[in-house]
Design a protein around this ligand. Structure first.
Ligand SMILES: [Zn+2]
Length: 326
């Protein structure tokens, strides 16, 4: 999630108050009760291990620290390569003389229309980036692991992409990993069903008043307790946003809200899905509302101990239902 080039007044206020970026089984054995239930859901322990790895990289995995950024990319690629049904590839590109790469795994028929799921693996400045955006990368990896159980029964070619360069200084430029990926689809005339962006999916609060809003109108429409996940889309794509919310609600044991805002307002497009809007594709973000809830946004305090792994797993279960149901 990036606030770079945002200009509405409340965003500036948020920056001032929070600090800007510098930064199944027939006879289950009685001794193994956990095997009695079908292991079909997202695994909190795996999510934790992914976030732990990414947030432990030193120095922080931002655009100038290529060693750490490449360690993050290698980790993602290795996790993808563990999945026999997945096709793994890299999409390299250059920006300001430096080499970057998208890491991609795809499932389902090669020729089927593409359904993209993305998440950025870089961080803003010198921060651990647990919520922003290790939580989303962990969600992406766990989504891939769940897809491994499905093989070729997918309606779409589901393509999971991990991007660098979502954060400043490349936000909203052609050097975002997502911009490179979206452009490549468009130029190859690939049929694209839609794109779903995981962006900050790990921070939840149960105290009343823990959710803030940019204005009174939105405050009146949504819960003021920050324990929900939000499907954020742009004006004109309401049916898509509603469909994704409804599908998530069938499998996610967490409240799923939705909102559509004008793209020009800025707030709706603060992550990699914006790169797909550019070519007319339907795209949205799955988001915990970022700086409107998480006081650690773009700060050194965005650490693993602040995340809610039970609800993160439920978000992934919801997105998985979308991939099967869309
Ligand atoms: Zn961010």
């Amino acid at each position: 999630m990036s606030l770079f080039r945002s200009s509405t007044r409340w965003m500036l206020l948020s920056l001032l108050s929070l600090g800007a970026c510098d930064t199944r089984r027939a006879t289950p054995p009685a001794a193994s009760p956990s095997n009695a239930t079908a292991p079909m859901g997202a695994d909190q322990n795996r999510l934790y291990a992914d976030v732990k790895f990414l947030t432990s990289l030193q120095p922080a995995r931002h655009y100038r620290n290529l060693k750490s950024l490449n360690e993050a990319a290698d980790y993602i690629k290795t996790e993808f390569e563990k999945l026999d049904d997945g096709r793994v590839e890299e999409q390299p590109f250059r920006a300001d003389g430096r080499q970057y790469r998208n890491i991609i795994v795809s499932f389902g028929s090669v020729d089927a229309p593409r359904l993209i799921v993305g998440a950025h693996y870089d961080v803003c400045g010198d921060t651990p980036g647990a919520d922003d955006n290790a939580s989303a990368v962990a969600g992406l990896l766990e989504t891939a692991r769940l897809l491994q159980q499905l093989g070729s029964n997918l309606k779409y070619r589901v393509e999971l992409v991990a991007y660098p360069n979502e954060e400043p200084p490349y936000f909203a430029t052609e050097y975002m990993g997502s911009a490179v990926h979206a452009k490549s689809l468009y130029e190859a005339k690939v049929p694209v069903r839609a794109m779903l962006c995981y962006e900050m999916i790990g921070y939840f609060r149960d105290e009343p008043g823990s959710q803030r809003f940019p204005n009174e109108q939105l405050a009146a429409r949504y819960p003021n307790t920050g324990n929900f996940i939000t499907v954020v889309g742009r004006t004109g794509q309401e049916a898509f946003t509603q469909q994704v919310q409804a599908l998530m609600q069938t499998k996610a044991d967490v409240d799923v809200q939705r909102i559509n805002l004008p793209a020009e307002m800025g707030l709706a497009g603060l992550s990699d899905h914006r790169s797909y809007w550019k070519y007319g594709y339907e795209a949205l973000m799955i988001n915990d509302t970022a700086f409107l809830r998480n006081p650690n946004y773009h700060l050194p305090s965005d650490t693993i101990d602040t995340l809610d792994f039970r609800r993160m797993a439920e978000v992934v279960n919801g997105v998985y239902a979308v991939l099967l149901g869309l």
